[in-house]
Design a protein around this ligand. Structure first.
Ligand code: SAM
Length: 285
């Protein structure tokens, strides 16, 4: 099966394939921080959609002037995947029986993490992306390790009725994850989406996303100057930017920031680009 260039993985949906490429590269490493057994299948199902660029650190030496940039994006994708794996497993162990992946893309956590029995996991993304994902996973005979529900929706619009109609319960503790999403939303769109998340969150629910560094530092400024990146950088809108912790604190969340450098050290992966920032987790008060 091939995805056409302007089809299921065109536009912002194509960014999900870029993340799958990082995860496939990491899964081949003997010292991998996670194993995504389906990431390569997504790439194989969409030949020609991504440029034929190396994604593993081992290959980056041949990537010319973009090598350091590619290494930083690779390292960021790996670190965030592992960090959010750990976040979700900790949140469900602490009692969250619902998981919602906002902009799930080609995330296969439903299939690869060892969830507590009672977990129900919702994957929200644009319909074309989820259709492509479903076809590939069906071809792979992939079996989820929890109850998995897909929710086609545009997170810039009114999506909560669709999530509730899919079985989401507002009274149940939830672990929300918005991984690799906010940069594609404007500040108003992000605030609108997070307002809805807050309305749907029982006290004690958890929320996580990336914070700082990638969205603001010189790396992104550099990326904007690279012609091959223009297709992606044109999509970047910045989310809430540095105001995210304050916004959440003002809207009923207790926020914690996780520094990227400390995480790099704890996972034994030196950061090739000295990118700043890290991740944000929050608990609904
Ligand atoms: N979270 C996934 C991961 O880390 O593997 C996917 C990250 S990918 C970089 C960004 C995802 O955001 C894409 O799957 C895209 O379709 C989704 N997305 C972007 N804008 C969206 C919107 N308005 N509504 C729903 N999904 C959206």
């Amino acid at each position: 099966m091939a995805a056409d260039q302007g089809g299921p993985l065109g536009g912002v949906g194509k960014t999900a394939l870029g993340v799958a490429a990082v995860r496939a590269g990491e899964s081949r490493r003997p010292d991998r921080l996670f194993d995504d057994p389906y990431a390569q299948a997504f790439l194989d199902a969409a030949p020609g959609v991504l440029p034929d660029e190396p994604v593993s650190e081992r290959d980056l030496a041949v990537w010319g002037p973009m090598a350091s940039l590619g290494a930083v994006f690779y390292a960021h994708g790996v670190l965030r995947t592992r960090f959010f794996d750990d976040y979700l497993l900790a949140a469900t162990a602490a009692g969250c029986e619902q998981v919602v992946l906002l902009a799930a893309g080609l995330d296969t956590r439903a299939f690869r993490l060892a969830w507590p029995d009672e977990v129900r996991l919702f994957e929200v993304d644009l319909p074309d992306v989820l259709n492509f994902k479903q076809r590939v996973l069906a071809d792979q005979a992939a079996r989820p390790r929890c109850e998995r529900v897909i929710v086609p929706a545009d997170l810039r619009g009114t999506w909560s009725p669709t999530l509730v109609a899919a079985g989401f319960q507002e009274t149940v503790l939830t672990a929300w994850l918005a991984e690799g999403l906010l940069i594609y939303l404007s500040a108003d769109e992000t605030a609108g989406m997070l307002t809805t998340v807050g309305e749907l969150s029982a006290p004690g629910s958890h929320l996580a996303f990336e914070h700082g560094g990638m969205a603001t530092d010189s790396l992104l400024a550099r990326a904007r100057t690279v012609p091959a990146m223009s297709e992606y950088t044109a999509l970047w809108q910045g989310g809430l930017g540095p105001d995210a912790p304050g916004w959440l604190a003002d809207h009923g969340w207790h926020v914690r920031i996780h520094d990227r450098a400390a995480l790099d050290a704890s996972y034994g992966r030196p950061d090739p680009g000295a990118a700043s920032g890290g991740f944000l987790t929050a608990v609904r008060t």
